[in-house]
Design a protein around this ligand. Structure first.
Ligand code: AVI
Length: 322
């Protein structure tokens, strides 16, 4: 089992990835996982409440309406593992529905210890649920949950919120294959996917008029200042959201207003930016039905059911490992 990374090792990894992304030739980039420090996570919570960002509310509506139906389709007994736990509002709906049938082990898997603590607090009042979280990368944590399950127990993996869309290119489908390899036939995956919709709706969702998403994006530079001693001047970068028709993804970028150099001492680099050069910080892929069919097939899953919120365009997909 891979050991948990120490804070010093995490800081080293952050410095290495920042350095690699900012000195490489061509498009500069930073991994989107680093958007979520405590400030970024709090800003993401606010994004979820924005009228322009309908994704989270759409999934909440789906689970409010269909949690019982979803749970009725699962083999029992079932152990629940969740990849990236969020605040638990959506998970609560599923766990409450499950707790009417059985006492349930719930294992949130999340690299942020503070997010795990919030979740434990939020969900502790649900009857017949025992929570044991794992502070791990998704698939490492899932391996641990799978290794601990008792004979005859099935696994339900929750991967909600269309977080799968934040994997770039083929990485999403590779991730699903990796996930499937940890499961046994008959285990299930509930996968949230944001569907393709008008470019206007998408750009409003990722470039909201009061600037919360801009702050969420710029906080990544502020985090590099805080944690790596860099001297990014946040006034000299602006947030941009574009829709990439080819990859069917909304991309977030930070654009340099001017020609400038930024020192990042803990990463031992000075990064040069031309005027209008961008750092690509996140992709958020939007799905079509055909693509979901292909993803399930390629991943080794049978599509059991799908619940669709048509007012926003969001699907929760229940897939069974073949
Ligand atoms: C977490 N993830 C699914 C969000 C998304 O929509 O891709 C992150 C986000 N980025 C900007 N707004 C929301």
């Amino acid at each position: 089992m891979p050991a948990q990374l120490t804070p010093a090792a995490l800081a080293r990894q952050f410095a290495l990835e920042v350095s690699a992304g900012l000195i490489k030739p061509g498009q500069k980039e930073l991994p989107s996982k680093y958007l979520y420090d405590s400030v970024g996570s709090a800003l993401f919570e606010v994004i979820c409440a924005l009228p322009e960002y309908g994704l989270t509310r759409a999934e909440e509506r789906l689970l409010q309406l269909h949690a019982k139906e979803i749970v009725d389709q699962l083999p029992r007994p079932v152990v629940v593992a969740e990849l990236g736990s969020g605040t638990g509002r959506k998970t609560r709906l599923l766990l409450e529905a499950l707790s009417r049938w059985q006492s349930t082990w719930y294992h949130p898997i999340e690299i942020s210890p503070s997010a795990l603590a919030v979740l434990r607090r939020e969900l502790r009042d649900i009857n017949s649920i025992s929570i044991v979280g794992f502070e791990r990368e998704y698939l490492d944590g899932l391996r641990e949950v799978a290794a601990r399950r008792a004979l005859g127990e099935h696994l339900l993996v929750l991967f909600l919120g269309s977080t799968i869309g934040n994997f770039d290119g083929a990485a999403g489908s590779d991730f699903l294959r990796g996930l499937r390899e940890i499961l046994q036939p008959g285990d299930s995956l509930l996968l949230g996917t944001d569907m393709l919709k008008s470019v206007h709706t998408l750009i409003s969702a990722y470039d909201d008029p009061i600037g919360v998403t801009a702050a969420f994006n710029l906080n990544l530079l502020a985090r590099i200042n805080r944690e790596l001693g860099a001297d990014f001047n946040l006034q000299q970068f602006t947030h941009h959201a574009i829709f990439n028709e080819e990859t069917r993804s909304v991309e977030m970028h930070l654009r340099s207003r001017t020609r400038q150099n930024v020192a990042i001492p803990a990463a031992s680099i000075s990064a040069h930016f031309d005027k209008d050069e961008t750092i690509w910080t996140e992709s958020s892929h939007k799905y079509s039905q055909d693509e979901l069919v292909g993803l399930a097939q390629h991943g080794g899953f049978r599509r059991q059911a799908q619940w669709m919120d048509r007012s926003w365009g969001f699907a929760d997909n229940l897939w069974i490992a073949k």
